[in-house]
Design a protein around this ligand. Structure first.
Ligand SMILES: [Fe+2]
Length: 163
């Protein structure tokens, strides 16, 4: 078991428990935020293995990518709004300053799915879209479908299920 990641995950769940008690109106239920955070982390590790990226940096970036929406409850601008909460969360995490800053940038930029960013940013975007797809969210924007197909191809899956 990776105890550093378990510690980070404990802090993520504690934050979500606290936010759940605030009973904010949310665009997505908190159960989705919990599910999406942890399943994106595992997908992120898988992509990281494929792409020769640090698996634990990838897992933490993926786990945190929607932190802006956890806090506000809202989808609008949730990626840039994740900057400060991500930075403050990461201040107590392991890893070099440079690696943590790359995670902050991946949080800020993860919604720019039509653009190509750093390898870590691309990994977070791909993990996000794969997880949404496998949980049955509708993927309908043209550039999202394009990214999804490419990410599936990375994993050796050539067939996109319709529906
Ligand atoms: Fe997001």
């Amino acid at each position: 078991m990776n105890r550093d990641f378990m510690n980070d995950l404990q802090r993520i769940y504690s934050l979500m428990n606290y936010l759940e008690e605030q009973a904010l109106e949310r665009d997505y239920p908190i159960i989705w935020e919990r599910t999406h955070a942890i399943s994106c982390a595992q997908i992120g590790r898988m992509l990281a293995e494929k792409r020769n990226i640090d698996t634990e940096q990838a897992a933490l970036a993926c786990a945190l990518h929607d932190i802006g929406r956890w806090i506000s409850g809202r989808q609008v601008d949730h990626a840039p709004k994740g900057e400060e909460p991500a930075r403050s969360f990461l201040a107590e995490a392991k890893g070099s300053i440079g690696m943590r800053e790359q995670i902050v940038q991946a949080v800020i930029n993860h919604s720019k799915k039509e653009h190509i960013g750093t390898p870590l940013e691309e990994l977070v975007k791909d993990a996000d879209i794969l997880d949404c797809y496998w949980h049955g969210l509708k993927i309908d924007k043209v550039h999202h479908i394009h990214r999804l197909k490419q990410a599936l191809t990375t994993l050796g899956i050539s067939q996109l299920k319709e529906g």
